[in-house]
Ligand binder design. Structure first.
Ligand code: KG4
Ligand code: ZN
Length: 343
């Protein structure tokens, strides 16, 4: 069965064709990063206009790469939320129009579910058994969830304020690095000393929030350090890394340490067949390495998609669409669409 997936929730216009939810036959992606970079973040109005402009071309490229024609498509899966309203509407309406004209099922998908379904593409031969533990860390979300079946999720914890990727992006802009800041901060952190600056790790021992995150205090601590006169000038440590590299590494270590501690707690509290991960922050090397160590200690199979499947793309939406039941329940565009209604 062939699913055509469409993703336009933020600053990536993407279309992909996936067979049986496991094999990418063709995908195309147009990134708006150069468009938004000069503003230091995504400008919603510019984003939706750009989606509208490039969508037909991206659709054509994905189809061409797959060697398929529109008539060979069995269903259309589209991100319905969460994301930017105007951006979501572009992909959603294009998908609805395609589904209507081809007389095929239209399947609205939660973007966050897509991040977890990246694992079905990254490990095509893996026979996933439920329940699975899931970790999603992206620019807009930080969640620990339990997946009890296809498209059945139970929320264990989420962020009370900033998402992990958002914290990376904000710290990058405090240091003066361009948007999106996650990859820039992690590159800078490579030469830094993660123990140089002690930074706060929130909610580590709060019984009311065993699996929740809070990253805004960490961001504020980084801001205070930067305005501190010791950091206004660049200096170098003995291994050649700058004080800014030390700050980036200390920040990264604080984020990764909290995530790993919360995942450990969740994994120890339940019985799971594996740990699924997804979201742009999983492109971070320190996080990937820490989760590998943790999974080894817990004897829990770990699944980490390659970076291209961790950041936003349409193949993961196609995969999620394949495993959804049709006819799908109606789901209009919702910028705040939750993965699970409530805890
Ligand atoms: O999943 P994603 O592509 O978009 C959302 O759904 O939000 O995630 C993007 C986020 C951005 O905040 C970006 O800075 C972060 O992922 N990111 C990283 C790295 N690469 C991307 N954060 C830390 N280290 C990285 N290497
Ligand atoms: Zn995402």
């Amino acid at each position: 069965m062939i699913t055509l997936g469409i993703e336009t929730s933020c600053d990536e216009t993407a279309v992909a064709l996936v067979r049986d939810g496991r094999a990418v036959l063709g995908d195309a992606l147009s990134s708006q990063i150069p468009l938004h970079r000069r503003y230091g973040g995504v400008v919603p109005e510019l984003a939706s206009r750009a989606h509208l402009e490039v969508f037909p071309q991206v659709l054509g490229e994905a189809l061409q790469a797959s060697g398929l024609t529109l008539t060979e498509i069995d269903r259309i899966a589209v991100t319905a939320g969460p994301g930017l309203l105007g951006s979501l509407i572009v992909g959603y309406q294009a998908g609805e129009a395609l589904a209507y004209s081809l007389e095929k099922p239209f399947v609205p998908i939660n973007h966050l579910a897509g991040h977890l379904y990246a694992n079905w593409l990254a490990y095509p031969d893996q026979d996933f058994e439920f329940p699975l533990l899931g970790l999603i860390v992206s620019g807009g979300h930080s969640l620990i969830i339990e997946m009890t079946d296809h498209h059945r999720f139970r929320l264990l914890g989420s962020t009370l304020d900033d998402a992990a990727g958002e914290a990376f992006d904000k710290v990058a802009s405090l240091i003066g690095l361009p948007y999106p800041g996650g990859p820039e901060v992690s590159r800078l952190a490579e030469t830094g000393d993660p123990d140089r600056y002690p930074l706060p790790r929130a909610l580590m021992h709060d019984p009311a929030h065993p699996y929740d995150f809070s990253f805004s205090g960490l961001k504020a601590a980084v801001r205070r350090l930067i305005t501190d006169e010791r950091l206004t000038e660049v200096s170098y440590n003995r291994s050649g890394g700058s004080n800014y590299a030390d700050l980036a590494a200390s920040f990264e270590e604080a984020v990764v340490g909290v995530i790993a501690a919360k995942v450990r707690r969740a994994a120890e509290a339940g019985t799971y067949h594996g740990l699924l991960t997804g979201g742009g922050v999983l492109a971070n090397r320190r996080l990937r390495a820490r989760l590998e160590t943790l999974a080894g200690e817990l004897d829990l199979p770990l699944f980490v998609p390659p970076p291209a499947l961790c950041t936003d793309n349409a193949a993961v939406i196609s995969a999620a669409g394949h495993f959804a039941s049709v006819p799908a329940a109606p789901q209009p565009v919702d910028p705040n669409l939750p993965l699970v209604a409530s805890r």
